[in-house]
Design a protein around this ligand. Structure first.
Ligand SMILES: NC(=O)c1ccc[n+]([C@@H]2O[C@H](COP(=O)([O-])OP(=O)(O)OC[C@H]3O[C@@H](n4cnc5c(N)ncnc54)[C@H](O)[C@@H]3O)[C@@H](O)[C@H]2O)c1
Length: 297
């Protein structure tokens, strides 16, 4: 597929784009800075400028596309990752503005230019534990897509608004728009660098409900979304099978979330951030469980 990818130069995109290229997609990365990776086309553009998004989505991805003399090809899909990726990088109102206006612009341009598949990056922070004031408990565990998301911070709120924006455009147009509630993204080198500390101090992962998503497994999830048509508007948790912790799930829930209702029997290490839906609807099979890369001691 010919894929328009925003924010591909960042932490997640720089692993997801190579995965998509390996699957045979053509990818144009639209970001404020280019991604230096063989085979990717780069365009510098700002998602907060609607004109730039309409324009970028109706451009050649590279000089080679001018050769056939048949005009500019259509993009088959948009993957929208560009964002301010958490609170405390920019002032709160700027985080909210860039993320919500940017997402509106990207989705609007895509649907009005006739692109039928749109995948957007939402976040585990929508569940409202990650960036809350003080220690807050979820309404229940495991966290699933049915949850009434209710964050109290500008970033989490921007992602809830983006999901609603996606839902509105899907309702109006009937195209497929899938929002991925991405878990804490882990790059290959980070298992060694971070996980031993997490195992010693599991409390530091409480705000993430102990979730993680391997950046390459996230590539697989995006690819599965590109290939799966006809689901309309969907929200998917994008996480790995297990918690990023050595303590079994039941104990983890009892110890770190005492009194919180656990809605079903959990497998020994099953993630408290449920990835059941991507397995059942998209056929996700994780390739990069943390146990492959670091000892659980
Ligand atoms: N990293 C995580 O753990 C995590 C978890 C959940 C969700 N997410 C979401 O996944 C997506 C990717 O996250 P990431 O960790 O790779 O973030 P990142 O900051 O590393 O990458 C984001 C990219 O977006 C680009 N960008 C920012 N503002 C832009 C603008 N106005 N116009 C064009 N490009 C712009 C940046 O240059 C950057 O390359 C984001 O939407 C983020 O909110 C990330």
């Amino acid at each position: 597929m010919r894929v328009f990818f925003t924010g591909g130069s960042g932490k997640a995109g720089r692993h997801v784009i190579p995965y998509l290229l390996e699957q045979g997609h053509r990818v144009m990365n639209v970001d404020l800075t280019p991604l230096n990776h063989p085979g990717v086309d780069n365009l510098t553009a700002d998602i907060t400028d609607s004109g730039q998004m309409f324009n970028a989505m109706s451009m050649y991805a590279g000089f080679d596309e001018m050769e056939p003399g048949t005009g500019v090809p259509q993009f088959d899909a948009v993957v929208h990752f560009a964002a301010v990726p958490r609170i405390l990088i920019k002032p709160d109102n700027e985080t909210f503005r860039v993320n919500t206006v940017g997402t509106y612009n990207v989705i609007e341009a895509a649907v009005k230019l006739g692109i039928k598949k749109i995948i957007i990056a939402s976040s585990e922070t929508t569940y409202g534990i990650c960036f809350s004031d003080g220690k807050t408990d979820p309404a229940y565990l495991p966290l699933d897509e049915e949850y009434d998301v209710n964050p109290m911070d500008s970033y989490g709120l921007s992602k809830v608004v983006n999901e609603q924006t996606a839902r509105a455009f899907q309702r109006r147009t009937g195209v497929d728009i899938y929002a991925l509630r991405i878990g804490n993204v882990i790059e290959p080198h980070e298992y060694q660098a971070l996980f031993p500390h997490y195992f010693k101090h599991p409390e530091v992962r409480r705000r993430n409900a102990f979730c993680y998503i391997d950046a390459r497994d996230l590539g697989q999830i995006v690819d599965l979304c590109l290939k799966k048509d006809g689901l309309g508007y969907q929200v998917f948790n994008a996480g790995n099978d297990h918690n990023g912790a050595i303590i079994p799930s039941k104990e983890l829930a009892e110890h770190f979330f005492p009194g919180v209702r656990v809605t079903r029997e959990l497998e020994e290490h099953e993630a408290l951030f449920s990835n059941k839906k991507i397995k059942e609807l998209l056929g996700f099979k994780e390739q990069h469980n943390w146990r492959k890369y670091v000892k659980g001691e």
